[in-house]
Design a protein. Sequence first.
Length: 291
Amino acid sequence: MADIFLSYNEKDRERARRVATGLTEAGWSVWWDRRIPAGETWRSVLEDALENMRCMIVLWTANSIESEWVYEEASEGRRQDKLIPVMLDAVRPPAGFREIQAADLTGWDGSPEFEGWRLLLADLENMLGPPAGKRQAADDKKPDDHHERPPWPVRRLAVWALAGLLPVAGLVYFLPRPSPPEPAAPRETMARPEEAPLPSAPPPHPVSVVSPLSAPPAMAPEEKPAERPVTGEKPLQRYPAATVSAIKQPRPAIADATKRSSARCADLLSRIQLGESLSEEAQAILQKECK
């Protein structure tokens, strides 16, 4: 079955050939060669082509409007509601076809860019759909589902695996997460033994050694001894300056005793000058030996 039945007058055969060639190049199949195969009649071939056509293009020219055969074929196309008139000459179609809009190809030189030709191809696609050539090209561009999509058993296994993983993923998501470990305290850098700073020695406290033969200088009346902080020791025992002076002065009666215990007395007297508190035993020795 041909897509297009081309109706024309035999005197316009070359012009019809140009139209048939353009339609074939656009992808349509055209029945236009009126050759009768051997063993068949003209009537049977013509009736079979008219019965199986998808549409009819009638070429109106100065010759075709006078042809009875063209008029009869155009009438059959109109009866089947498949007629598309095309004007190759600026002529008036026969009565009964003047109300049908025709494609204008007057002055067409066979160029595919001709405005009337492009409109004719568009009208054909609106009536018949894309030609077979375009449909085949579109089918070739479609992806082969058989090769690109995996077989159904494989897809079914993939669906089952996904369905089994979803509960596991949900369980992992709602499990309590361990709290992040607290940052470790910075380690103290210990100095090497050779780098450790040596403790500074306290400044030496001036100690004045009082000889038992020389009396210590008398304290000025306005000077007051420095107060010592309160500790757990016994409070210092203060002696009057006269008593201390009397103790420090050597007497002839105890000169020999002073010489024998000069070291002990000197120590005790030094401690008294420094303001230290003497124990009861030291006070007894001081009272006994150092008067």
